[in-house]
Design a protein around this ligand. Sequence first.
Ligand SMILES: Nc1nc2c(c(=O)[nH]1)N[C@H]1C(S)=C(S)[C@@H](COP(=O)(O)OP(=O)(O)OC[C@H]3O[C@@H](n4cnc5c(=O)[nH]c(N)nc54)[C@H](O)[C@@H]3O)O[C@H]1N2
Ligand SMILES: Nc1nc2c(c(=O)[nH]1)N[C@H]1C(S)=C(S)[C@@H](COP(=O)(O)OP(=O)(O)OC[C@H]3O[C@@H](n4cnc5c(=O)[nH]c(N)nc54)[C@H](O)[C@@H]3O)O[C@H]1N2
Ligand code: SF4
Ligand SMILES: [Mo]
Length: 740
Amino acid sequence: MGATQVHHRTCSICEAMCGIVIEHRDGEVLSIKPDREDVLSRGHICPKAVALKDLHEDPDRLRQPMRRTTSGWEPVSWDDAFAEIERRVADVRTRHGHDAVAIYAGNPTVHNLGAMLGIGDFIRAVRTRNLYSATSVDQLPHMVASHAMFGHQFLIPVPDVDRTQLFVCIGGNPVASGGSIMGAPGFSKRIEALQARGGRFIVIDPRRTESAEVADEWLPIRPGTDVFLLLALLHEVFSSGRVDLAQLEPHVTGIDALRAAVLDFDTAALAARCGVPAERIASLARQLCDEPRALVYGRVGACTQEFGGLSLWLIYCLNALTGHLDREGGMMFAEPAVDLTRAYGSKGHYDKFRSRVRGLPEFGNELPVATLAEEILTEGAGRIRALLTFAGNPVLSTPNGRQLDRALAGLDFMVSIDPYLNETTRHAHLILPPASPLERSHYDIALSGFAVRNVARYSPPLFDKPAGALHDYEILAELTLRLGTRAGTGRRSARIRHWIAARLGPEGQLDLMLRTGAYGAEYRGWTKLLAALPGLGALRRLLAAPHRKPRGLSLAKLRTAPHGVDLGPLESGLPRRLATPDRRVQLAPATYLKDLARAAEALHRSSPELVLIGRRHVRSNNSWLHNSQRLVKGKPRCTLLIHPDDAARRGIADGTIVQLRSRVGEVEVSAEVSADVMPGVVCLPHGWGHDRAGIRMAVASRHAGVSINDVVDDQRVDALTGTAVLNGTPVEVLATAAGP
Ligand SMILES: Nc1nc2c(c(=O)[nH]1)N[C@H]1C(S)=C(S)[C@@H](COP(=O)(O)OP(=O)(O)OC[C@H]3O[C@@H](n4cnc5c(=O)[nH]c(N)nc54)[C@H](O)[C@@H]3O)O[C@H]1N2
Ligand SMILES: Nc1nc2c(c(=O)[nH]1)N[C@H]1C(S)=C(S)[C@@H](COP(=O)(O)OP(=O)(O)OC[C@H]3O[C@@H](n4cnc5c(=O)[nH]c(N)nc54)[C@H](O)[C@@H]3O)O[C@H]1N2
Ligand code: SF4
Ligand SMILES: [Mo]
């Protein structure tokens, strides 16, 4: 027996990015504990960290490529799998054209260094208009607003939680979720510290969430009506003459147009529609104006609703107009060591083309996933015939999952790059499973850009991958080569890039990015040479950018810092970092002003009697952690919360099996009567529904639950951004014969 060893790494499950310490011996994980010296998480972890061991050891995790045959799944060699994919994709392209091959990329992509480095080339190689991802069921309104207002889709402000005195949280539950577009591990402790220094935490949410529980105030709001609350808050700021742009004054444009648009609305009607008392709205606006260190933060609940686009825009405007944008204690911009806003990531674009069936706008070459099933099912030129999924489970994660199930079952060809045979991948003809997360290196290239402190942390692989296993980036690289065409990016530049990437590997590329970043080591002659190669325009731009505060950062330096390197608190970055053509913050982009007409029209509409919202639990992560026994044990969590008044009216008691119905579908689920949801609102978690036939996740199947997205309506999208309306679905709830 070998000696017990200690390994430091960053947990890659959620955006909190906690530092963990893993004790291991002879290739076995003995324990997973918090790293008290981690520069960001300072000793915080949640129960999901231990699931890294369960994932690694899970007998259901696929360890070799699988092919679906008429007599079931059988293992296949990598060579045969890749050859079959090349042949069948070519066949679909010959018969139906390039756009007939679609891609869906799921959430774990952004938590994966190799995937982040490889997915762009893969997408360019497939060269399709039918690109979809979890973005349009998540943060798309943030990206569209950042693109329109600040000029770059990834220049998204994050709460300076550690220095603020007033934190207003709209449609986020960071105590349970760990925070999102806000890397703030140990969020509850940060709120305790805020309260200890005399600050206040206010939660605006239809449910008294775990975050509302620790807040100084919970303001219930009718689902989907945040746009009206935000208009009312801005109305108060404008009409009371309290606009204070602070240091941003010379760097904004559009304030007059915004003022005129906002003052057009009637405050009494706005308050009545959202359900927050008019006096409280006015006093909240005053609080925001009076407090020098305050911020308004909005997240998933604010995004995935009918007016998600407008809501996120108005949230940024409200921060700007009360002097809280890009200022200490307000909403600030992280400046990470690898900065996607400087060179690597595209700035983004909007509405360059529209989806075939429903005419929804693209964003950054992507189409809204709410229309994926229609694009597969609707006949005609341009119909999707083949699908490649990467780290995604859209059957459970996107609206009208039953329809998507039917659509996927009818595809000519489907490939899933995924470690599990689950609700989505069961439809694939081939599943290509990557090596375990503990067998690869890690660096949060994307999410470090949204952390509440600038830090850089690298984790080497804990274990060697088994012989014959491939990492995600290796699978993507092989497919990039095999599916790349002469057109599009051009096969030659793809080859050169591939050659360089293969030589450097994720580590080499990361090192290059670190060295050329704002905190990088000395400029090196060889990076100049690389910059001269074709197809590397981004790199060239990057090398031309001035170094701001060199700290000698390199991969070698990170390797000697197991707890990470602290690069300091958030700092003001505007106007330097603005990427708009006039280098000003655009307060009133035309697309947004135009969309206000839609809100004005909806202002006097009456609310449906009962609407459905979602929830997250600290022991889940979307749809894919339910195969860990320690995470699903205890009483079933997939229950429908219903207010006592709504329950009584329908003869529903705690534990009654109810039928939950919407326009698109129905599920049967156990009711949990609770005054924690507002009257008129029912609440079900997402990511469950593991009772579908043919999945290979033994534990999850025994704790199946039902999928909220079997009830969420795919036809309801935020018209501005195309984001799915996951919250606020009109529903009916009926008691069934089956008793408690
Ligand atoms: N109703 C409702 N629906 C929602 C939400 C909601 O709040 N309400 N939330 C939405 C949000 S915010 C998101 S982000 C989406 C998520 O949507 P998806 O990303 O489509 O779904 P996940 O459940 O995260 O599925 C992740 C998949 O990746 C696989 N996987 C995990 N790790 C790896 C890896 O390292 N490599 C590879 N190749 N595969 C991996 C898993 O097995 C699983 O199949 O769901 C959305 N859906
Ligand atoms: N434990 C756990 N952690 C996770 C995840 C997980 O599934 N489980 N998923 C990860 C992912 S992919 C993401 S994107 C983040 C999401 O992180 P968060 O956004 O913090 O998480 P949610 O729980 O979706 O928070 C949305 C909140 O909005 C509320 N809400 C619903 N409708 C409305 C509305 O119309 N208006 C307002 N004001 N509020 C509304 C809901 O009640 C809910 O409390 O969490 C990440 N972390
Ligand atoms: S909150 Fe939990 S799942 Fe998220 S990074 Fe930290 S330990 Fe991992
Ligand atoms: Mo997400």
